[in-house]
Design a protein around this ligand. Structure first.
Ligand SMILES: NC(=O)c1ccc[n+]([C@@H]2O[C@H](COP(=O)([O-])OP(=O)(O)OC[C@H]3O[C@@H](n4cnc5c(N)ncnc54)[C@H](OP(=O)(O)O)[C@@H]3O)[C@@H](O)[C@H]2O)c1
Length: 380
């Protein structure tokens, strides 16, 4: 056992107050002492992913953002528009720690986990925007010795989701897949996985430069939704690949319906059955797994009756496949951390910098190739 830690560490907190204000601040929390099977990690890298922004900033109107205090004592406030009051009701008054995943060095451990002291590990499970994070040793992913915390910071959310898409495709009997917002950090990983595993992938992007980026990685099928030929390009790619399952990160707007329409057109083009006014017999699935567009999902229902639209979350996928399969996927991430699952960061920021208005505006952009990494121990 360890003798007990002393001192405090900073932890980023997000609070919604009763009067509808979002409040960000740095709490000073005691550095915990690990139990027998626990480790204490000095966090040195935690990415800011879209799902983190959902908790960190919620639906706050950043145009109303104001800061009081300076440095570690800064408090950021922004109004939450009245129409989102119900959406945030469940978290009012609770000062929530943020940061789904991250990595760092084990600085203390209980007797049963002492082998991990000095090792770099990756963690999932929240409260990673903090200088120190206590965890069960069994939950930590020990990465290879040449990997830094920066390399290991994004081991779970995007890598396992990309692997989960291919896994879901196989489990549900599809042979090729479609992905939207495909030039995202996750999308680039998916391109590499599919090339390596010989899976046909249709990438949908919204800008020519994103198409060029993915082609540069070796992607074969890329359809640009800003091109006048988009639907024809998509139908051609779906006909060639036979993709009948799609993972849509955007959610709002017409794209999910356009994908189902294009899948139906590809099925009809393939033919083989008698005409039916109920559409083809080919089952078509779209999973919405992100909310990059928070507006309503609009379906034109021009795709027969053999289709389904659902939600998809990594947590539920991992529960479905069970701990043994999940363990294999985690190990693959560790083994291919610097190749298939490499993440690139625009900037490494401290907890204090994460509360500065210009930095908040930058990391909230969610733009292609711009991902921010919080290093809670930067400069310490
Ligand atoms: N369900 C799950 O379990 C799960 C797990 C992990 C990740 N996710 C989701 O996966 C998605 C990708 O995450 P990431 O970290 O890889 O993102 P990222 O690297 O920040 O990239 C975001 C991408 O989305 C594009 N984009 C943003 N808003 C858009 C819109 N309204 N319409 C079309 N494209 C838009 C951006 O393109 P521009 O440059 O053109 O803006 C950029 O290419 C996110 O939606 C995230 O929530 C879900």
């Amino acid at each position: 056992m360890t003798d007990g830690n002393q001192g405090e560490g900073l932890q980023l907190r997000s609070l919604v107050t009763q009067d509808g204000t979002l409040q960000l601040s740095l709490a000073k929390v005691p550095i915990p002492t690990p139990g027998p099977d626990e480790i204490l990690v000095r966090v040195e890298g935690a990415p800011i992913n879209p799902s983190d922004l959902g908790l960190l900033l919620g639906p706050a109107d950043l145009a109303t953002l104001q800061v009081s205090g300076v440095g570690e004592d800064a408090v950021v406030r922004a109004n939450i528009p009245q129409q989102f009051a119900r959406a945030v009701a469940g978290r009012v008054g609770e000062s929530l720690p943020v940061g789904n995943e991250g990595a760092g060095v084990v600085v203390d451990a209980g007797a049963d986990a002492s082998r991990l002291v000095g090792k770099t590990v990756a963690l999932l499970g929240g409260a990673m925007y903090a200088q120190y994070r206590l965890a069960k040793a069994a939950d930590a992913l020990a990465v290879h010795d040449d990997a830094t915390p920066r390399d290991a910071a994004s081991c779970f959310v995007n890598p396992l989701t990309a692997l989960g898409m291919v896994g879901t495709m196989r489990m549900e009997g599809h042979t090729a897949l479609v992905h939207t917002a495909a030039a995202s950090n996750l999308g680039q990983m998916l391109v590499k996985i599919c090339l390596k595993d010989g899976v046909e992938l249709v990438n949908i992007v919204r800008k020519p430069e994103q198409a060029a980026l993915l082609k540069g990685l070796g992607a074969k099928h890329v359809a640009d939704s800003s091109a006048p030929t988009f639907m024809d390009d998509l139908i051609a790619a779906l006909s060639e690949t036979g993709a009948t399952i799609a993972f849509d990160a955007i959610g709002g707007g017409k794209l999910a319906g356009h994908i189902l329409t294009a899948m139906e057109a590809a099925a009809v083009r393939k033919g083989g059955g008698a005409y039916s006014r109920y559409g083809s017999t080919t089952f078509k699935q779209v999973y919405i797994y992100g909310g990059l567009d928070t507006g309503p999902t609009e379906l034109n229902r021009a795709f027969g009756m053999q289709w389904s639209l659902g939600g998809w979350l990594l947590t539920y996928f991992l529960q479905k496949v069970g701990p043994v399969e999940a363990g294999k996927l985690r190990q693959r991430v560790a083994d291919e951390l610097k190749t298939t699952f490499a993440s690139h960061y625009t900037a490494e920021i401290s907890l204090v910098e994460a509360l500065q208005p210009d930095v908040i505006a930058a990391y909230n952009r969610k733009t292609t190739g711009e991902k921010y990494l919080i290093n809670p121990n930067k400069g310490r």
